[in-house]
Design a protein around this ligand. Sequence first.
Ligand code: GLA
Ligand code: ZN
Length: 688
Amino acid sequence: MTKRYPPISAKLPVFMHGADYNPDQWLHDPSIFEQDIRLMKLANCNVMAIGIFSWAALEPEEGRFEFGWLDHVLDTFAANGLYAWLATPSGARPAWMSQQYPEVLRVGPNRVRNLHGMRHNHCYTSPVYREKTAIMNTKIAERYAHHPAVVGWHISNEFGGECHCEFCQKAFRGWLKEKYGSLEALNRAWWTTFWSHTYNDWSQVESPAPHGETMVHGQNLDWRRFVSDQTIDFYKHETKPLKAANPELPCTTNMMDLFYGLDYRSFAEALDVISWDAYPTWHEAASDGSIAAWFAFNHDLFRSLKGKPFMLMESTPSLTNWQPVSKLKRPGMHKLSSLQAVAHGSDTVQYFQWRKSRGSSEKFHGAVVDHVGHEHTRVFQDVAELGATLSKLTDVIGTTVPAETAILFDWDNRWAVNDAQGPRNSGIHYENTVMQHYRALWEMGVPTDIVGSGDDFAKYKLLLLPMAYLLRAETGAKIEKFVREGGTVAVTYWSGVVDENDLCYLDGFPGPLRTTVGIWAEEIEGLHDHERNVITLAEGNPLGFAGTFEVREICELIHAETAETLGVYGSDFYAGRPALTVNRLGKGQAYYLAARVSDPRFYESFYGKLAADAGIRRAIDAALPEGVTATVRTDGERDYVFVMNFSGREHSIALDDQSYYDLESGENVTELFMPMNSVRLLKRLSRS
Ligand code: GLA
Ligand code: ZN
């Protein structure tokens, strides 16, 4: 069965390759634009994201609009076979607006209003800001929604941040009223009897503040949910006139890696296509394995948000200028880094930015065209070569990653687990823990989705729950069903502790998972940085590997109720007590890991066994050295396999059968010689 999503734009049904383009920075010198058109074609680019911060150029004075320059850019694009993601300019506002209407500026948690400046410095609730964006977006929509060069809308830029102004306080109270119905319900959910924090009038409820309330966890959590919802609401407000003018044009906004402040999973519902900005700090260490795994996780997350191809909206063609140290990409890394996104499901490779700015804070940020202004640079050639490679990958467009493994990752869990004052305030390390588990799958080349509680688990064979601290009762029930029906689940310590209101479960942790995992977690302790314990796996245990593995930071003291003990603690007063268990339930099994094992070999052996038992297919069935991984995209008939070497060394990989075809050389291959920083693109008959 062939399964393929339609291209992101029917106008441009090939890999989109291009950059953020800011022609309004160069309007004083028209020859630059002429050069740019020539260079864009030379660089094998076909799409640009335009107008992202152009408000001042589009509306230099209140009510006076200047579209001539943008008309010229888009018409010239159309005449030259170039396309555009056209931005709404709300990511930054003109000085006249801040001066005339100070309410558009953000108020900090300390209740002080910002001055004009920077970007993303606006209130998402302000009626004036909403009105001004509606006028602007309506004008843009009326003028360009049917322009032949426009493939879609780039809404604002990297949404984020919060505002504590009076409009936002009022909106927060309205959101709470809608959610709880009554103050009594809110007080119960927030456990406000603690320290006499009970509210008896809605007007007393405020957003958290450094000089006010910060200790009511339910309140902190709801504020984060509100900020997220209010931002999504603003996004929807922006898209209304665009959709009205042409419902066919896709809308997106560029997201950021594992961004903390917004629940991207619910944001995703409002987007037509997911796009994100990836800036890996390559070449920090001898091997790029850790950084590659982190970005792989993010790519998997962004693909999973909609379960279909996404866009790499920004990346740097060479270096950034905001990281502590700005390293150049070593030979090969531009291709490897760009195709990593493709390997995980991106149908575009785009950069920030096309041409280096002459002044201001990003003048040294990498760009396709350097200050020298011509094509005879290393970076330009890297980009042009990548464009040539992408043009051979049109068949990959619309294919998906066939994941049979998933990791649960919810934003509200993340907020709650990091906010909790508990076993390890010096570092609970939730995100690192998720990565620790993901890394093992990445090293083995196991295709993985990153899912939320609301997603369907039934299509997976193996589900990982690292620190699922905030876990709704219904999610617990869904996981129990998943296991009973034959699924394998791996749950860690500090799971099933609180409900959706951040209130502790009273019937023994891990709350709604207790029956599923067959254990009761009675106590948990944090370890100091210098402390260690170990887990010793019993000889002959059904996992097929034994040994002693180091434990750091977190130890939970559990009772195996219906579960079988596979490993025990090695020291301290709880030596000999269970630390790794399995519970067989219905047709499936649920593992429970009570401590933070620090040795990566444990996770590889553990998940290697679980994946093998569950019959999970790896991208390729070959031995992969550390730092070398593989992914697969498929249309159900053909698999496109990407083998990537981030190890910092060269390797030879023996492939698992004779049927691999190298998409670049056009030859059949059985062994891959892989220099450092290299990627190979292969095709074979589908195995899914
Ligand atoms: C972000 C922004 C861009 C630019 C780049 C620099 O991704 O969206 O406007 O500032 O960072 O890396
Ligand atoms: Zn506000």
